[in-house]
Design a protein around this ligand. Structure first.
Ligand code: SAM
Length: 269
């Protein structure tokens, strides 16, 4: 059994699963009772958590638009892409330029099946079974190598996934391995849950760890250190709604739940 096979999650509707719990929080329909129970437990601890997940989707869209329209990025890898929802990465990118190459990576077979069905007629986008805990498995995957030009900058998207990597799985080393493989001039986006000292965090972290076996809020400093070797671009690592807000945005920006996550984009020199 190789790394990818050993990491692949198995479909078991009786156990909550990261992608389906998140889909439930986003108001989607792709969840089972166990996912909805854990999602509702999180909502009980953090009643406005949906403001947070909507802000997460919104910043992902802003980052993709920034990378394509302003930073000149022509190819994106989205690790932990999640169940398809509104404004998926390839849709946001292709509204700007349909030639942008997109690689979706996830380790959840349900996510992979949904993504493949959605993308059957989109040659610029591929879906790959991969695990962030095996970064060279992703960057060395033959389909990923073929689909992207490794002499040109790449936009790496890590939205809402690194907090599902435990400290014992050495997230900094995983980041270093991923970034090593990226060409110079590439960009890395991280959205991560923040340990702000809010008392509700302990409940949510306990619910995530009990239900999913993972889920880790980290301090601003710990998250900043995941960008080691990269140059954070303006406005740096900030609360999610503060990352290059759309001028005409009417999103909620003052809910306390928004202190529990941060976003940043950095460039590889
Ligand atoms: C909370 S969802 C985020 C979806 C999307 N990126 C977003 O921000 O809207 C996290 C996704 O990461 C995936 N995931 C979790 N751990 C992973 C790992 N080690 N390797 C690959 N994917 C992983 C889950 O299956 C899930 O689809």
């Amino acid at each position: 059994m190789n790394d990818r096979e050993s990491f692949s999650s198995v479909l078991d509707p009786s156990k909550p699963n990261i992608a389906r719990v998140y889909d439930h929080l986003l108001g989607g329909k792709d969840s089972f009772a166990a996912d909805r129970a854990l999602g509702d437990q999180i909502i009980a601890s953090l009643p406005t958590v949906q403001v947070g997940v909507r802000a997460q989707r919104a910043v992902l869209g802003r980052v993709v638009r920034y990378l394509v329209a302003e930073a000149g990025i022509r190819q994106l890898i989205d690790i932990g892409s999640g169940l398809p929802t509104a404004d998926n990465v390839h849709e946001v990118a292709h509204r700007l330029d349909p030639r942008i190459r997109v690689v979706y990576v996830d380790n959840d077979p349900v996510v992979l099946a949904h993504a493949r069905a959605l993308l059957s007629d989109s040659p610029a986008t591929i879906v790959v079974d991969g695990d962030l805990r095996s970064p060279t498995g992703i960057t060395g995957d033959p389909d990923v190598r073929r689909h992207l030009d490794w002499d040109q900058p790449i936009g790496l998207l890590l939205c809402g996934i690194l907090h599902h990597i435990l400290d014992s799985e050495r997230p900094a080393e995983l980041m270093a391995a991923l970034c090593d493989a990226l060409p110079s001039g590439s960009y890395v986006f991280i959205h991560h849950l923040v340990d702000s000292g809010d008392p509700a965090i302990a409940d949510v972290q306990a619910a995530l760890q009990q239900g999913l076996g993972r889920g880790q809020f980290r301090t601003w400093e710990q998250i900043r250190s995941l960008f080691a070797g990269l140059d954070l671009i303006e406005p740096g690592l900030v609360r999610v709604p503060d990352w290059r807000p759309d001028p005409d945005a009417r999103a909620v920006t003052d809910d306390p739940v928004l202190r529990l996550a941060c976003a940043g984009v950095a460039r590889k020199p």
